[in-house]
Design a protein around this ligand. Sequence first.
Ligand code: PMV
Length: 305
Amino acid sequence: MAQGIGYGKTILFGEHFVVYGLPAIGAALSQRAIVDVEPAPETTFSTEIPGTIPEYTSRAISFVKNAMKVKDHFTITLTGDLPTVGGLGSSAAFSVALVRAFATYYKRSLSNEQVNELAFEGEKAFHGTPSGIDNTLSTFGGVLEFKRGKTPRENEFSPITLHEPLHVVIGMTGRSSPTKQMVENVRKFKEQDEIYFQNLMDEALEIISHSRKALSTNDLPEIGRLMNQNQELLREIGISSDLNEKIISSMLSAGAMGAKVTGGGGGGCCIALAKDLNHSGKILKKINDVGFSGLHTKIGLGHLK
Ligand code: PMV
């Protein structure tokens, strides 16, 4: 029996545009996926976490096994406190946790870079051509600026040190839209008007540049303003659904400094920035009152080991 873990994530700035080479900023969540592997006559998967799609999970298991040259069979169990809902990186967290569980079982000492590279193979089972931001955050943790390279090995990322941890609220729409499909929709949108899309990319880049400074100086009003601005771009490219808008407006009506879709969108999750712990509780209550579940958490607690 061996165990591995992978952290969930939230994207603060730059989802979707990251696919086209812009930097994005994301943070690991303290919520995590835990995978246990135990030798068995055949490979099986089980979890009590709702929302897991067995077809994708088995594909991810075989992609990871191939990449790690694992021939044995295992009973694979997923537990942990990371909900399987679009936008929180649960698929990447599963792949990272699985890689780490196999590495522990076979007593292979893998660097984080190796874990990340192997987990990316599992991510492909869920996302087709992911940028790699999810598995990178799930592996390394902390707050990172990520830039996709021409090949996964050329991806660049660097930690961002926050002045102090940020209190955020995640709101879940309860509607799952495959990230793969949302990425494809954005690609079609881009192809309809390349010049317009380039203008949006320029605006996104400006937001990212300003957000670096705002994050490192703990300028909450500015971080919030930039999140709202980022959300306008996400609306433009068509990834903010009616449910996302409902959550975002309740978050803002509870005084959130800023609120936006986080991750693939079309449902999935939204993120709001709160002033402090007490305020994040109020925002969470507000979205619960209008019928959505969510969680409040702190991000930027440092690099995970
Ligand atoms: O896995 P999600 O739904 O949190 O989204 C990942 C972020 C995207 O930019 C939409 C896709 C990607 O591969 O970077």
